[in-house]
Design a protein around this ligand. Sequence first.
Ligand code: SF4
Ligand code: SF4
Ligand code: SF4
Length: 417
Amino acid sequence: MSGRVFSVILLPTSECNVACDYCFEHKEPHKLSALLVPLLSKRLLDHMEHEGMEACEIYWQGGEAMIMGAQWFLNAGKVMDEAAAARGKRFIHYLQTNLVSYSDVWKPVIHSMFQGSLGTSMDYPNVHRKLLKGGADSYTTLWTRRLREAQAAGIRVGVIAVLHQASLEIGAEAFYRYYTEELGLEDFQVNTPFPGGPANESENSFILDNAALAKFLTELFDVWMEQGHHKGVALGPFDALIHHFTGETARLPCIWKENCSNQFISVDSKGTVAQCDCWVTSYPEYFFGNVFQEQDLTRMLRTSRARQEFVERPRRLVEEEDCLSCRYLSICHGGCPVRTYSALGTMQAKDPYCEVYKAVFGRAEKYGRQLLRKRALLGATRPVAPEGPGGSTTTAAPAQRLRPEVAAQQPVATTAS
Ligand code: SF4
Ligand code: SF4
Ligand code: SF4
């Protein structure tokens, strides 16, 4: 069996119950039929068998996934898990939700199907996430109440923050304090925006200046290392970079994978297959096929001309860009195809956030060296804090993040909740 991780970003609906300014989701009222879940399971399991994979991570999101209802999830999870078990395989389910319709009815589903954790999103300051009726402040109030209710039900919650201009203006320190002190989180992550989706008027207002973004992220890195790292606060993707630069096993976001096409696909409620949610919701020219209409997913992926572009991208980047001479090539691999495509109209170029990544990698490398020196001095075998008061470096099991490895690619062009 291959130890390769196979991840499916599954969108059971593109409908949503809120109205974020930056969403480019085409919110049509279509839902994945419960009648099609067995066929979907079969297609995925066949593919796993062909590729010698024993487990598949399913990242449920939308639209807003909770629109499907708790019972729908219980049934779908049962059908999928039983089908997998019958073939000696396993599905591992994760949930990303905007949380606004969370209620106690979800508690047993989340504990049984999603290992007691979920991922959600909140920006700071929140100016773009809005209720259908009511603005951003009402959204923040309701979301915060739901967060508390979920936490009180013993659910571990991981939060994604999408950076925007107001985040940069408020500064790294205040930003960090909001998540750790005001919300009391021990696990959150920052995502950088990109102008995905069909062209629309609001896009440009979400594009951030690279120098300002690099400054914010490196300052946030400093704040986290000073105040949170030694206490076990997980802040992605910085924590994964620290793992990488200290020689530990690192689950880096997909944007820095050798090739995201090796690991991910996304399937929408109609069965459309594409590289990830960003592609399946926005770029029909890059659809790989339809899992309900084509019998063999493995064949679809192997023969799709659209997918071939993803497969070839790393090779083309080292031939055609300056990535080959970059000291961070082995960790970055040229960055994210969809960020590149949405900005440049081609994916065969390096990620437009190149300079931002270099700044963040540089910071991680510096802190990684400090940690290794300190570890060598102490003869420690476990990670140690670089500075600040000593303390445990471990916490309870981290809450889910939106498809941990896809992490940093989220919005502006988000379809994630
Ligand atoms: S976000 Fe970018 S790197 Fe991640 S799966 Fe999509 S295209 Fe690939
Ligand atoms: S940091 Fe820039 S130059 Fe280096 S590998 Fe990434 S995209 Fe290429
Ligand atoms: S970004 Fe997510 S939560 Fe916001 S409107 Fe779009 S699908 Fe809904």
